[in-house]
Design a protein around this ligand. Structure first.
Ligand code: CAA
Length: 241
């Protein structure tokens, strides 16, 4: 069944693959982005997917943006909380700003986006919330105390909300990607990649964004209605928690 979906951070990286896969599955998609107008406009031209600009770190911006999407496209049935940033630093060098920026986008962003769609999903007795967490929220990662904390928080949020949504036809699940071949990887030096990351991935390669997008399409489908509160790991065998 065709539904309306919002994908945050939906114009680049994993989010772009998710937006395109949901569209290919027949859904109407709104992709949000925070800053890169050029990339977002190119994405819109190439895919025909509507793009909206706001900061998921701001509750008011989310409430306003979602109201606009609902007026232009329709009530939101599928929310994919994908937007995320890194500000990696060893903890002895991490600044309060690096901590706060990551918590605000990667954790508070889930509250800010989910709260405004929740009442509508409850009243329509259907909803799919899919939170893109991370392998590093499961296992922790040196250089990412901020990111690991936020992504672990995303899993707790998922499990609590799944219990609340269950009786109202709303499923809430998390996906934990491993290391995926996107621009985010460019922040990792070749040395760290070769020495510390690739040797830990049993399948011997980075994942592809499409491999995460396919998980989202499944969890968003009517077929997945008995799956809620789960954490789906897609990490090439790097962590089996
Ligand atoms: N495990 C163990 N040791 C590590 C390590 C790791 N993953 N990464 C770095 N180290 C070691 C280094 O080898 C180095 O040790 P030596 O001094 O003995 O050589 C020491 O820690 C300091 O590392 P750097 O020299 O790299 O320190 P830096 O201050 O220049 O950089 C850093 C710090 C930015 C955190 C850098 O180490 C880094 O980028 N690490 C990778 C962090 C990472 O995995 N980020 C994931 C990004 S992708 C993502 O977030 C998506 C997702 O969900 C998976």
């Amino acid at each position: 069944m065709a539904r309306t979906a919002i994908v945050t951070g939906g114009t680049r990286g994993i989010g772009a693959a998710i937006s395109m896969a949901l569209k290919a599955a027949g859904h109407q998609v709104a992709a949000t982005y925070a800053g890169n107008d050029e990339k977002a406009n190119a994405f819109k031209q190439e895919t025909g997917i509507a793009v909206y600009k706001w900061d998921v770190g701001s509750y008011d911006a989310c409430a306003e943006g979602i109201a606009k999407v609902e007026a232009e496209i329709g009530p939101v049935d599928i929310l994919v909380n994908n937007a995320g940033i890194t500000r990696d630093a060893m903890f002895h060098k991490m600044t309060p700003q690096q901590w706060q920026e990551v918590i605000n986008t990667n954790l508070s962003g889930l509250f800010n986006m989910t709260r405004p769609v929740w009442d509508g999903m409850r009243s329509r007795s259907f909803g799919r919330i899919i939170n893109i967490s991370s392998i590093n929220g499961q296992k922790g990662q040196a250089g990412q105390a901020n990111y690991s904390a936020a992504k672990a928080g995303d899993i707790g949020f998922t499990r609590a909300l799944a219990q609340e949504g269950a009786k109202k036809g709303i499923t809430v699940n998390a996906i934990c990607p491993g290391y995926i071949n996107t621009e985010m990887m460019a922040t990792i030096s070749e040395d760290v990649m070769q020495k510390h990351i690739l040797p830990q991935i049993p399948v011997g390669r980075l994942g592809e964004a499409d491999e995460i997008a396919r998980c989202v399409v499944f969890l968003a489908s009517d077929d997945a209605s008995f799956i809620t509160g789960s954490t789906l790991s897609a990490n090439g065998g790097q962590y089996m928690g």
